[in-house]
Design a protein around this ligand. Sequence first.
Ligand code: SAH
Length: 430
Amino acid sequence: MSKPPPAGPRPERRSGPPAGHKRPSHRPEKPAPDRTHPDIAPDGLPQVSLVRRGVERWQAGHPWIYRADLNGDPALQGGEVVRVVDGRGWFLGKAFYSKLSKISLRWLTYDDVPVDTDFFRQRLALADAMRQRALPGENTYRLVHGEADLLPGLVVDRYGDCLSVQFLIPGTEQRKQLLVDLLVELFKPRAIVNRSDVGVRALEGLTQEKGVLYGTLPGPVAYDEGLVRVRADLLEGQKTGSFLDQRENHVMASQYAFGEALDCFSYVGGFALQLATRAQKVTAVEISDAAAAQLRANAAANKLTNVDVVVANAFDYLRDTLDEGKRFDTIVLDPPSFAKNKDAIPGALRGYKEINLRAIQLLRPGGYLISASCTYHIDEQAFEDMLASAAADAKRRVQIVEKRGAGKDHPVLLNLRETRYLKCFVLRVL
Ligand code: SAH
């Protein structure tokens, strides 16, 4: 199931001119209609044409095309696979069409190949092959990371023999059954959970959905992270049940932990449990009662008796603890995203600065701060600048020990910076 595709020349024929090349003076063997291209291409697929700026964007490798870069408004419902052509009808590739989203087209292929069951089977197998290579022996990882795995609008997280899936656009929502059938065929899971209960679906005119799509879920699922066993609820937990993007960073955190540790925004304890394997005592601060209860259960199941779970707003906790004169040796900050759009960036940076400044002030000399941000509108440089400003305000000298991102199972697609969203710095306060 996880064999990489055969190497060598691709069997498919590229029917448009290669990106960036000057158009040849001779006509191609199948001349495209000039200007007055039909809305339905000969292969039966609807056809959507791009204005020049859209063509340039497509050829520069960006996998999304916005509405303003289409030639007119296609008479389509949304969810279709469409042929994408330039203003003269030259084939550029195939994409999922979205009617309501500002992102109208999501790239599927540059090649004139059928986008059928086999197409999706190959893409899923390709995604799994990378994980088998990058994370040998692992059974918990993000199996499909949307666009970055050439499967736009699809997320599949694997937790042992259970899968947790998100269908984020009409293109994948309408192919839900096909995709579930393929996941069953390829990975033989015990259960597939649908966690399409996410706000971004509203941008696509889709309602939130949650439930078991296949098999039966055996209650919370357990998986290993380093020395720790974590349980997460795929149906009722946050995201797809857990935050798999931080798995490698969780294990890394145990390496630095010592003394008195504080984990803010703990969820079910991804960082707190790791800190507890090394630190004397860990305080975990989490606002959600349900997450805090699961964290306590996880600590107990791992016989970690040095974890104190506090249900509180981490902003208040950091301020009050600083005022009380308390100090720590290791601190983790892993808050939820603070900015869903560009307008929210200044507020988000103020939020990050507030918690990072307090954390730096709370650390004893030689202490470590592991500080993460999953806000993709704030890139690594902006995050580093914010940290530098916090260190200056705290009048502390701070070293960068590591700059990390999401795990290898969350690949970044070049030309789509949105897939590079997670920053995780390891800092040492001198
Ligand atoms: N660190 C976790 C993931 C954190 S996700 C891990 O690695 O697994 C962010 C968490 O912060 C969520 O569990 C959410 O409930 C919690 N949260 C959100 N706002 C908060 C606040 N103001 N104070 C404390 N926790 C908060």
